[in-house]
Design a protein around this ligand. Structure first.
Ligand code: C5J
Length: 221
């Protein structure tokens, strides 16, 4: 076991059973002209976390540990996008509408792609998810159990939406979860801070939180 200094107390990971989960590092959330920007968000906040997410991916690749990349995305006919999701919010553009990077959050469109800095390599798991959480309507649990994964290290965007939802779903399924605090970001700094605090509160009620440097030191002493 590898012990990683973390909040609220050290996180112990089993190297043979640990996967990195990189949530939704897609152009639609990180770049101007995407879904996130269409909701009025400042995407530059998310861009600042890209080098750390890339370094975390590189760390897992160097150890030959599994990596799962998710994309929040919908079928072109939007059959997996409930009206409650498509019609939510007051933006001019909605999911499925044509934006500067193609149809927003639609599979196969340029905006739904993962940004080049975080692109999956052949052999790495990728998952298209229609919901905010990675377990909803995806078969993700079977994919992880088949590989014997029990520990999940989380990164990606946005902290309080898809990252937190996925981490809570994983926690309820018995996975031991660690969130890398500087490899995740939100459009709202106060929501990120609250999420990190509530995950580790009450004795790691959802999981553990640590910065990338602590994880790297523990894995590559
Ligand atoms: C959002 C996500 N924020 N990936 N999606 O709608 O967090």
């Amino acid at each position: 076991m590898i012990e990683v200094p973390a909040q609220p107390y050290p996180y112990r990971l089993d190297p043979a059973r640990t996967a990195l989960v990189v949530i939704d590092m897609q152009r639609d959330f990180v770049e101007a002209g995407g879904f996130g920007a269409s909701l009025g968000n400042d995407v530059t906040r998310l861009q600042a976390t890209v080098p750390t997410v890339a370094a975390l991916i590189a760390l897992f690749r160097a150890q030959d540990w599994p990596i799962l990349h998710t994309r929040e995305s919908h079928a072109p006919d939007l059959s997996d996008c409930p009206p409650s999701k498509r019609l939510r919010g007051g933006g001019a553009l909605r999911i499925g509408d044509l934006g500067p990077m193609g149809r927003l959050l639609v599979r196969g469109e340029p905006g739904a792609a993962i940004i080049p800095e975080c692109s999956p390599m052949p052999g790495e798991m990728t998952l298209d998810k229609p919901g905010k959480g990675m377990f909803h309507a995806t078969g993700c649990e079977d994919m992880l159990r088949a590989r014997g994964i029990t520990h999940l290290v989380f990164a990606g965007v946005t902290t309080e939406v898809c990252v937190q939802t996925s981490m809570r779903e994983a926690n309820d399924r018995g996975f031991e979860c660690l969130l890398v605090s500087d490899a995740t970001e939100s459009y709202f700094p106060e929501f990120k801070a609250a999420t990190l605090a509530m995950i580790a509160a009450q004795g790691a009620i959802v999981g553990w939180v640590t910065p990338f440097a602590e994880l790297e030191r523990a894995v590559r002493p």
